[in-house]
Design a protein around this ligand. Sequence first.
Ligand SMILES: *Cc1c(COP(=O)(O)O)cnc(C)c1O
Length: 422
Amino acid sequence: MRTSAVWYPFTQHALEPTMRHVVGTEGAHLIDEHGARILDALSSWWVITHGHRHPVIMEAIRKATETYDQIIFAEYTHAPAEELAKGLIEIAPPGLAHVFYSDSGSTAVEVALKMALGYFHNLGRPRSRICVMEHGYHGDTIGTMSVGERGVFNAAYAPLLFSVDQLPFPESGREQQTLDAFEALCATGEVASLLIEPLLLGAGGMKSYPASVLAELKRIAERHGSLLIADEVMTGWGRTGSLFACEQAGISPDILCTSKGLTGGALPLAVTLCTPEIFDAHLSTDRRKTFFHSSSYTANPIACAAALANLDVWKQEPVRERIDSLTERHRQHLSRFAGDPRFDDIRQVGTIAALDLKVPTGGYLSEVGPRLRAFFRERGLLIRPLGNVIYLMPPYCVTDADLGRAYEAIDEAASLFVAGRL
Ligand SMILES: *Cc1c(COP(=O)(O)O)cnc(C)c1O
């Protein structure tokens, strides 16, 4: 009997009637009502970077609540937002000079798209096309579904989605096709922007591509006066090994979106960073050139304080060493699966490891997904495969023992699957 009034996200209630109650969190763990500790091997949907309830971030939140709640963010400003903007510009790829606040990854991407079209509109040279990459994911609003991969997730809403130009994913050995497709689209002179997840496409199946492809896409965009929007909502904050994934390609995007790890995962906050050219195109005594965007909770001071504390953690703690260590431990664990006939496409980008369980029919709705999830759940592991794609994205504080347990479970699950017992 269902007693909850809550309609949960990405949940088929007819198949999953029971929710497990979490009564607390600590480090890499969720603690349930029976006191069981569950390894949060996906960082609570990719947001928790250092670990749950990092003391420095929690303390900053407590302190901020003594002074602030929500404050209107037009005509009035506050220190947490000002300081955070400065701090972000210092560490972001060079050339990004302005910070626009919002509250989720989806809104950060919506803001980016509006900035890109607003830029060309205000310059009096309107461009209307947005290029995206096959398998991309940028959120679940109407706008961000429009720029994401079409499929079972958004089939019902297709009539509301706007059209975009899709580049083929740069599969190994076929990278040139992606570049050629982009070059051809840019040649029309109508491409306002390429919106892309740098190095790793997350929700689309943890698909990685080389930094050299990203660098070349940036060069093509530049040549044709098109903007590059980097969606670093997931890849930011060390996930791919560097603070931002763009660093590995040696590029600066024209617009950069980031959210998930911005507050270390403690509170919702997002930013869209842009170059002076884009800001300046909106700077005018003509009020019609204003950037018309806001949301009620823009630049929430407590969330900004949490993000400032996150910047301190990055400066004062050996975060990069933890990331390097996790990267190396993944590499060692994954090596046991090299050449393993049960898996396809074993891959790793920094702190994220993924492998495809070989199944007759893959894809997000692959029957094996929920069965794997149940198997891991029984073992106290929060691992949610994307169909047959099993991935681990734990907080950077994960211990050797916990990480080892996760890999053991993957091994065991694959054996059971092969034996027809999963
Ligand atoms: C999660 C995600 C988003 C959407 O962020 P929300 O905070 O869930 O709205 C956008 N882009 C990427 C790459 C993401 O992984």
